[in-house]
Ligand binder design. Structure first.
Ligand SMILES: Cc1ncc(COP(=O)(O)O)c(C=O)c1O
Length: 457
């Protein structure tokens, strides 16, 4: 027998564990080859907004593929790319809605890389070649390619690749449940925003070109900033004349109950990164919304952007994105997301009294539950206990898919689950999420989870 034949060809995310084979999706449900049904309470990874299996999107993609599957963006533009760009900029705040231009990519990391290079080229066009550093925050995530990972502040994801990462500088996160400055809102006066001011004041060579942040943090903490934080950040960027980049790859296009997360605070960034929700997972697609002052600098300077991807503005991907965004607009699904988000938050609040439930935070259908070993001190569990992963596994066994993450406390320890179901989820399904989470917590507490620290989980 040929032993090579028994080695599976597909490279998995993780060796040593099995993956069910998914065969079908419908609404908020996924089905595997064994016929098992899963409630997709994470939308994959905060990707799926309109639900699985929507015919209108599939038909738009098929129609586009039949008519024209590919052209290179150096030779042609296409109607769906132009229409989707117009649609996306109309969703952007302030003057961006009329004057921004949209650069399409094949996903979030590519959008971050594009922004990194665009900011650099902007300063070259402005005759300030010394500016190249983009500051960011610890405990953040901006993508897995090397430029995007250099900006990211998630220790666990950075460490293996540290020798390959450029060091641009990180400031403290805005994370009220674990304030890095040991302060409390509102008496803190959002001092964490002033960390940016301090970093810029220390930039004697004036090498900082921009600042990137997730307005509401996604996978790494789920932290929501308090009133005034984002406005202060905008004001600091303006005062120091640096570009503000909002990474809305997870939060954008309705996920937090508004078109963009920055809309909760009325802030207008210079660049907005989009991904995930644009095409709701029907096709790989990301985008960078670029303010006029940035694209004009290139237009009036060297005349082009020294950057590009073979598959940027791929016709089938943008056709999928356009069909998804039309579907959302026609059904007012952003408003539905806001209402369902409030319902989900209320149901999760009922879990707050349970042992080990430390914090519940979020906006719209982007909600996070953080677990702690000690509710009083907020001490996290030792990472070896794999609390978030085990809860994720238990919930998966119960047919509910969530997004477990570790490292929220300090980059290493800390456990939380991200919940980000499609906007079309029903109230009864939100009940299922909350009740199954309660049961999963209960079964871990009663079961084998007596960890090294002695507490039963
Ligand atoms: C905030 C944020 N930025 C960037 C990315 C990277 O996007 P992608 O995985 O599509 O490359 C992600 C993905 O999770 C994200 O959540």
């Amino acid at each position: 027998m040929d032993t090579a034949a028994i080695i599976p060809a597909l490279f998995p995310r993780r060796f040593g564990r099995g993956y069910p084979v998914a065969v079908r999706g419908e609404g908020v449900y996924l089905y595997d080859a064994q016929g098992k049904k899963y409630l997709d309470a994470a939308g994959g990874a905060a990707v799926v907004t309109i639900g699985h299996g929507v015919n209108a999107v599939v038909e738009a993609m098929a129609k586009q593929a039949h008519a024209l599957a590919f052209v290179h963006s150096s030779q042609f533009h296409t109607a769906p790319a132009e229409e989707l760009a117009e649609h996306l900029r109309r969703l952007a705040p302030g003057p961006l809605a009329q004057t921004a231009r949209v650069y399409f990519t094949s996903g979030g990391s590519e959008a971050t890389e594009t922004a990194l290079k665009l900011v650099r080229q902007y300063w070259l066009e402005r005759d300030q070649p010394g500016r190249y550093r983009i500051l960011s925050r610890w405990q953040s995530y901006h993508g897995s390619t090397l430029g995007a990972l250099a900006l990211s502040g998630n220790q666990r994801r950075r460490r293996p690749y540290a020798p390959l990462l450029a060091e641009f500088g990180h400031i403290a996160p805005c994370y009220c449940y674990r304030c890095p400055l040991g302060l409390e809102f509102p008496s803190c006066g959002v001092a964490c925003a002033d960390e940016l001011e301090k970093a810029l004041a220390a930039d004697a060579e004036r090498s900082v070109a921009g600042f990137i942040l997730e307005p509401i943090v996604g996978a790494t903490t789920g932290a929501v900033p308090p009133e005034g934080y984002l406005q202060r950040i905008r004001e600091i960027c303006d005062r120091h004349d640096i570009l503000l980049i909002a990474d809305e790859i997870m939060t954008g296009l309705g996920r937090t109950g508004r078109a963009l997360a920055v809309d909760h605070w009325g802030v207008v960034p210079d660049l907005i990164l989009l991904g995930k929700g644009i095409a709701s997972g029907y096709a790989p697609l990301g985008a960078v919304v670029v303010a006029e002052k940035v694209w004009r600098a290139l237009e009036q300077g060297s005349g082009g952007f020294e950057h590009g991807y073979t598959y940027q503005a791929h016709p089938v991907s943008v056709a999928a994105g356009l069909a998804v965004q039309r579907y959302i607009a026609e059904r007012n699904l952003v408003e539905q997301c806001r209402r369902r988000g409030d319902s989900l938050a209320a149901r999760l609040e009922s879990l707050r009294e349970l042992p080990f439930v430390g914090d519940i935070r979020g906006k719209g259908l982007l909600q996070t539950v953080e677990f702690v070993a000690d509710k009083k001190t907020r001490a996290p569990f030792p990472p070896a206990e794999r609390i978030a992963e085990r809860l994720g596994e238990e919930l998966c066994a119960r047919g509910v898919l969530v997004y477990p993450m570790k490292g929220c406390a300090d980059g290493w320890a800390g456990d939380h689950l991200l919940l980000a179901p499609p906007f079309v989820i029903e109230e009864s399904e939100l009940d299922t999420i909350a009740s199954e989470l309660r049961r999963a917590l209960g079964s871990l507490r009663g079961g084998a989870g007596r960890g090294a620290h002695g507490a039963a989980l």
